[in-house]
Design a protein around this ligand. Structure first.
Ligand SMILES: N[C@@H](CCC(=O)N[C@@H](CS)C(=O)NCC(=O)O)C(=O)O
Length: 218
C-alpha cells in the first residue's frame, strides 16, 4: 500500500522521530518527505497536514496526524508495537499517553538537538522534576515488565520505547544526573538500529536547516 510520511528536520523534530519509528517498526513502505522546520509555524506545514504539524502519515486511504494516533494505526498493522500481554500493553499505553501529554518543562528546557553536546544545560526545578518522573517510569516499567531487557518491556522495542526515544536523545545531549539503570536504557535505545539510522540521517542534513535558537540556546 503506497503512502507518504511527512516529517520535520531530523536534528530537531522529536515528534517526527516518534512517528517515523512507529512507521518503520510496522514496516510500512512510505515515501519520506522531510520539511525543514522554521522553529514553529512553518509555512509549508500549513498546507500539508490538518494540524499544521509533523509527523503526518498518508497510507492508502488513511490520513493520520498526532504521533499517538500514528502509533495506534501502525499497531493495527503490526501488533507487536504494543506488548502482547494485556497488563503490559495497558501499562505501555498509559506511559505513552503520559509522555504525549506532558513533560513540558523538560521539552522546553532541553530541546532535542541531535548534533549538540551541552552537558548540564537546561537543568531547573521543572526539568529535573520531569526527569525524576521519567526515570521512575522507566525503572518501574522495566522492573514490572522488562526483566528480559534491554528495553522497557524486555527484548522487543515497542511503541512505548519509540515515545521515549526523543527523551533519550535529550539525556544524551544534556547529560542530567541519572542512575545506572536509566543510563543503560539510554545506551540501548541509542544503539537500536532504527535510532542509529535516524541519527545518521540527521547528521547528513544541510547545515542551512540549522536554527540559531536551537544551536546556541543557553
Ligand atoms: N501532538 C503532536 C505534536 C507535533 C509537533 O509539535 N510537531 C512539531 C515538530 S516536532 C511541529 O510540527 N511544529 C510545527 C513547526 O515547527 O512549524 C504529535 O504528537 O504529533
Amino acid at each position: 500500500m503506497a503512502g507518504r510520511l511527512f516529517i520535520g528536520t531530523r536534528r530537531y523534530s522529536s515528534w517526527s522521530l516518534r512517528g517515523w519509528l512507529m512507521v518503520r517498526l510496522a514496516g510500512l513502505e512510505v515515501e519520506e518527505i522531510v520539511i525543514p522546520l522554521a522553529g514553529g509555524n512553518t509555512p509549508a506545514l500549513k498546507t500539508i497536514s490538518p494540524n499544521g504539524m509533523v509527523p503526518y502519515l498518508e497510507h492508502g486511504q488513511a490520513r493520520v496526524w498526532e504521533s499517538l494516533a500514528i502509533a495506534e494505526y501502525c499497531a493495527e498493522i503490526q501488533p507487536l508495537l504494543w506488548p502482547a500481554e494485556r497488563l503490559a500493553r495497558t501499562h505501555a499505553r498509559a506511559i505513552s499517553a503520559e509522555m504525549h501529554a506532558g513533560f513540558t518543562a523538560l521539552r522546553t528546557s532541553m530541546q532535542m538537538n541531535l548534533g549538540r553536546s551541552a552537558p548540564g544545560l537546561g537543568q531547573n526545578a521543572g526539568s529535573l522534576a520531569d526527569i525524576a518522573r521519567i526515570e521512575a517510569i522507566w525503572g518501574n516499567t522495566q522492573a514490572g515488565f522488562g526483566a528480559s531487557g534491554p528495553y522497557l518491556f524486555g527484548a522487543g522495542f515497542t511503541a512505548a520505547d519509540a515515545m521515549f526515544a526523543p527523551v533519550v536523545t535529550r539525556m544524551l545531549t544534556y547529560q542530567p544526573p541519572l542512575g545506572p539503570r536509566a543510563l543503560a536504557y539510554c545506551a540501548a535505545v541509542r544503539q537500536h538500529p532504527l535510532v542509529a539510522n535516524w541519527y545518521d540521517l540527521a547528521a547528513g542534513e544541510p547545515t542551512a536547516w540549522q536554527l540559531e535558537k536551537y544551536e546556541n540556546s543557553a
